[in-house]
Design a protein around this ligand. Structure first.
Ligand SMILES: Nc1ncnc2c1ncn2[C@@H]1O[C@H](COP(=O)(O)OP(=O)(O)O)[C@@H](O)[C@H]1O
Ligand SMILES: [Mg+2]
Length: 335
């Protein structure tokens, strides 16, 4: 079974470790603070959350629902996905139906409608949405979620309290991963954390999913396990292949190339990029004078182009490395 298949049978950690309460959401402090002020007053304007994926926008919307309705939050929230629905007519019908009745709990006078991917709606659809938001203001508040503010028409922006969510810093993501790993009885090494960060950057959803994918294969998650779980060759592995191909035994290099393709399903373009990095790096293992490097770089560019045009990957990469090796040997002798 592949890592992805294994996960289907387990609970997703992104859901299991989604913070319930506003205070438990990591970072996004200015958002938390202002939302809590609104909630203290017992009322909310329409809200618009925007920012990159996996940083807590949906989590915040659900946490607000939990603050408002407690255990009955599910019945008082309508979650819609703007890009799933068959247009604004469907949204209007659902909202109309949902906003007809008041909340099933307490003193709150409105129900909550979370509309994800709002920036994928056409501007005509957004105009219609704006009217719906006005018509149902008595009984419903909208939380619109978008990746880009520029994708939301101005009349909607001006009717919402607008919040920007930032990518999460490395420290915050790493700490959260360590916490989850500990709860799940999984060991995650420093280079494993580093690899997950490299791939996910400030996207916590991606980071947690990668951790879970790797942990479903091995209880010790290091960098190699991370790249393997993703079907990616690690930068370290690519580098050792390039070094072998330029300076080591050719048969060993060919074996490594087969492994890259067959075990790691490496993308040939990634291999060419790794070669490029190795040439450009200030710590490069390629021992040629500076004036030789443009020759190498030009070759890499040419083969990159050939691959993009659909040439045979194994043949091209071996061809490229043979040429590079030839130049490297020639100019090394010259020194
Ligand atoms: N700020 C955060 N604090 C804690 N967990 C987070 C945070 N942001 C994202 N996550 C984790 O990532 C998952 C996806 O986050 P979500 O809020 O759905 O992202 P999006 O910003 O794309 O709506 C959550 O279930 C949670 O596990
Ligand atoms: Mg979301």
């Amino acid at each position: 079974m592949s890592a992805v298949e294994v996960i289907r049978f387990e609970q997703l950690w992104v859901e299991k470790y989604r913070p319930r309460r506003i205070d438990d959401i990591i970072n996004q402090d200015h958002v938390k603070q202002r939302i809590k002020e609104f909630l203290k007053l017992g009322d909310l304007p329409h809200l618009l959350f925007y920012g990159p994926p996996g940083v807590g926008k949906t989590t915040m919307a659900l946490a607000i629902a939990y603050e408002l309705y407690g255990d009955k939050w599910r019945e008082n929230v309508l979650e819609l996905n703007a890009s799933d629905e068959r247009g604004i007519a469907v949204i209007r019908e659902k909202v109309k139906e949902f906003a007809r009745s008041l909340p099933t709990v307490g003193t709150v006078r409105f129900r909550l409608i979370i509309l994800d991917e709002a920036d994928n709606m056409t501007s005509d659809a957004q105009q219609a949405l704006r009217r719906i938001m006005e018509v149902y203001y008595q009984t419903a508040r909208f939380i619109l979620i978008a990746n880009y503010l520029s994708g939301i028409i101005e009349p909607i922006q001006s009717r919402c309290a607008v919040f920007r969510f930032s990518p999460l810093p490395k420290e915050a993501v790493t700490q959260r991963l360590k916490y989850i790993a500990e709860c799940e009885g999984v060991e995650v090494t420093d280079d494993g954390l580093e690899a997950i960060w490299e791939i996910s950057q400030g996207d916590m959803r991606k980071a947690i999913n990668i951790l879970q994918a790797a942990a479903s294969v091995t209880r010790r998650v290091d960098a190699e396990a991370v790249y393997k779980a993703l079907g990616k060759a690690s930068p370290a592995l690519l580098r050792s292949f390039v070094q072998e191909a330029l300076y080591g035994s050719l048969s060993e290099a060919i074996r490594k190339l087969e492994e890259l393709f067959d075990v790691y399903c490496a993308d040939p373009i990634d291999i060419v990029k790794a070669i490029h990095r190795e040439i450009m790096s200030p710590h490069s293992s390629i021992r040629v004078q500076e004036y030789v490097k443009p020759k190498l770089i030009a070759l890499v560019g040419e083969y990159h182009f050939r691959l993009l045009r659909g040439a045979h990957p194994r043949v091209q990469i071996l061809g490229l490395l043979s040429k590079l090796r030839h130049i490297v040997e020639k100019y090394e002798k010259e020194r």
